[in-house]
Design a protein. Structure first.
Length: 146
C-alpha cells in the first residue's frame, strides 16, 4: 500500500496547501510514485530570471524520508553537483540536511525551500556570492557605489 492510500487525510491536506500557495504545481504519478511538478517563480528588481521547473518525487518512504526534487528546466549541467552547489550526484536538489528532515514538513514547505535554493544557486552561479549558504537566502555583499 502506498503512503497516500494509507493516509488520505495527509494527501488531501498536502493538496490544499500546495494549491493555495503554488497553484501552478500539478499532482501526478511518476515512475509509480506520487509527484508534484511545477515552476518556481520569484521577482527581482534587477534581473529577469527564468523560472525553475521541478519535479518533487514522493516515494513510498514519504513522509518519513524527504522527497527528491529534480530540476527539469532550465537544464542544470551535470557537473554542478556536490556541497558547493547543494545538489546530489543523482542531480536532485539538497534543500534540507537529511538529518534535519521533519515528518511535519509538507510539500508546500519543500517548494518554499527549493525557491530559496534557486535564488542562492543563481546568486552563486552569477558570482554575486562566494558560496551558497547552508540555510536561508544568502546576504548579497554591498559592492559600493552610489
Amino acid at each position: 500500500m502506498k503512503w497516500y492510500e494509507a493516509d488520505k487525510r495527509r494527501l488531501l491536506l498536502e493538496h490544499e496547501k500546495v494549491k493555495s500557495k503554488y497553484p501552478q504545481f500539478k499532482l501526478d504519478i511518476y515512475k509509480d510514485c506520487l509527484a508534484w511538478e511545477g515552476e518556481i517563480h520569484f521577482d527581482s528588481k534587477d534581473k529577469e530570471f527564468i523560472p525553475l521547473k521541478v519535479r518533487i518525487i514522493c516515494d513510498d518512504s514519504y513522509p518519513i524520508s524527504p522527497p527528491k526534487v529534480f530540476p527539469i528546466e532550465p537544464k542544470i549541467p551535470d557537473k554542478l553537483w556536490g556541497h558547493e552547489w547543494h545538489r546530489w550526484e543523482e542531480g536532485n536538489i539538497c534543500y534540507v540536511n537529511p538529518k534535519n528532515w521533519n515528518i511535519n514538513y509538507y510539500i508546500v514547505d519543500i517548494i518554499s525551500k527549493v525557491q530559496v535554493w534557486y535564488i542562492n544557486f543563481l546568486l552563486y552561479a552569477f558570482k554575486e556570492i562566494d558560496k551558497m549558504p547552508d540555510i536561508g537566502i544568502a546576504n548579497i555583499p554591498d559592492k559600493g557605489g552610489d
